[in-house]
Design a protein around this ligand. Sequence first.
Ligand code: F6P
Length: 744
Amino acid sequence: MRLLRLSLRFVLPLGIVLGVIAFGVIPLVDSLELKWFVRDLDMRSNLMVNTMEGPLADLLVSNSKGKIHAYFTRIIQDERLYALGFCDLDNRLLYETQAYPHDVTCQDTLGLAPDSSTVRSFSRGPIHITSASIESNGRSLGRLLLLHDMSFILQRSSDTKWYVFYLFAGLAAVVSLVTVLVAHFSLKGWVAGVRAMLKGERLLTPLKHEEHAPELQPLAKDLRSLVQALETDRRMRDESQISWTPTSLKKILHEQLAGDQVLIVSNRQPYAHYWQDKNIVVQVPASGLVSALEPVMRACSGTWVAHGNGSADREVVDERSHVGVPPSHPTYEIRRVWLTAEEEAGYYYGFANEGLWPLCHIAHVRPTFRSSDWKHYVAVNERFAQAVYEEAKTDNPVVLVQDYHFALLPKLIRDKLPTATIIMFWHIPWPNAESFGICPWREEILEGLLGSSILGFHTRVHCNNFIDSIDRLLEARIDRNSSTVSYGGKMTAVNPYPISIEWPLQWLGHQRPVQECRIKLREMYGMPTDRLIGLGVERLDYTKGILERFMAVERLLELQPEWIGKFTFVQIAAPSRSVIEQYHHFTGQVSALAEQINKRFGQDGYEPICLRIQHHAPAQVYECYRGADVCVVSSLHDGMNLVAKEFVGARDDEQGVLILSQFAGASRELTEALVINPYDIDQFAAALHLALTMPKVEQRARMQSMRGLIQEFNVYRWAGRMLMDAARMRQKERVMRQVGRPSL
Ligand code: F6P
């Protein structure tokens, strides 16, 4: 059909042009040509008559017949001149050359005006006849007839006709072809441009000026904003219409991702096996990442690739290093990757936690970069890429890569599985471009991350910082409107996806009523039942603002001594990364400050700070959340902080107060918390006082609002949004592959 249309576009104009040539141009050229030749012959005949008139008149007067014949024969040598004749005054043909045609009589030419010519057709073809009177001393002697053969003119005319025909036909064909091609391509380009714009394709990546349809550029800009606004609107509507549960997440996987395989990669595994008194016990690590992703994985099934760091991990896996979890009712598998102590020291403790961790958190701890650590970081990322490749059942699984331990992994996976959908989520903040620029391997890290299809951060600020870093350090095409980066022929969408917790919380199912938890908590720490308790729950990490919160407790007791003996701050601190000097030192600082404050304000068995540096199982932690009056999250800098959300989630009695650092991502969502600057100790102490004295009705109002938000924006929605974006991306890529264009 396309071919027919194309040939019609070519044949039709060509036919019209040929018709015009055959019936208009050629007859016109023919008659013009004939006129030119006759005029040419007229001039030639006149010239000959002028030359011959004198000598011929003399010969006629002398009546020398023989000489006249000889003269005629000599003149006739001119090959164009066909014959000569002489008519006397009585119109008798007196002399003629040999080939003179006898059907051209003197009578016939009588009608010709003197010295004029005519063209007559004879059986041998057309003949040009000129009749000229010959005089001597003013007396007419007769008429000279010059006969020119015009058959050569016919031959020439026919040659010319064909020449003109071929020339014009050729020109017409070339012009038609060029016209058709130009029309075809420009129309196609224009239509494609408009179509693409209307469909929203390439709107996320504006056309370069030199690409086709530059006239659409101003229109494209407006359409782009419009499509984006509609897209955001649609996304929000789509999302908000779903009630986010494990079931709805599963449904998205099956409907939008056609049940495609989902792989998660993180350094920390959701369940670790340890030896304890010759028995193997299972431990859930203190990790926001794990508490967010574990419920997602239970909903999605699939495989979780992680470092096998437990002392008994090897005992429980099969020959492919797989183990089914959760241990009580397995729904998905962990694929454990084994690292040597040296690899762990370089990759995890070294580059990830002494380099990237302080680099990304503004906590005033200097990052340390060692090339030996970097080598291990590269090698371990390669090991995990290989593990993902081995686990992939198809060419294009959906791979969810987690955190700063794997900055290089997206690109390494992309090299092995070019059509995989890679979602990278960076759980910690991204610093501003200037701070990030101090990393010696900054370009490699950015290139690694740009292997992702989607790169997620908790907040828009972190997305913008990342895009600014790209702008400063790589030659990439950035579209800030659509928040996309195109690099090396591949596009990465950089979006905020604020992480959250599961809802409803699985740990609440086994919890006692709040009143009992209150009693239990106080019993556990040997406190009277009316003691007001502030609670902190974290890994022992210098970014968490633990020292600052102890100082705030101290300041509170200084400023309002009525709280002495009535208020205790319980700090649950899971040991973390303790082989790193800064963490070791920090642990010492925290213990020393707690001791110092307890010494200063402690009395009769009362200690204002109760520090417990040990691992707590999730069920224990939830009991603490439910038994406390105030929960403090005072991070100096934090991507999100899920402790804040867990505390709110745990309080189904709608009581309790959350004090939250303005430097934690969670403060953007949980605005009903008492938001503080952890560096401002007086303000912090005032917030503690406010929290401890807050009326129950106000606590309820604040808690209800925060719980509503977490219920709506739970972790299934977090994962679902990323997977829905991935599904849209995969759909678009499929269409692009079908039409033979790689999507950018
Ligand atoms: O905050 C970043 C993060 O990876 C969290 O997602 C997680 O809670 C924590 O660090 C775990 O740290 P680690 O695995 O080093 O104990």
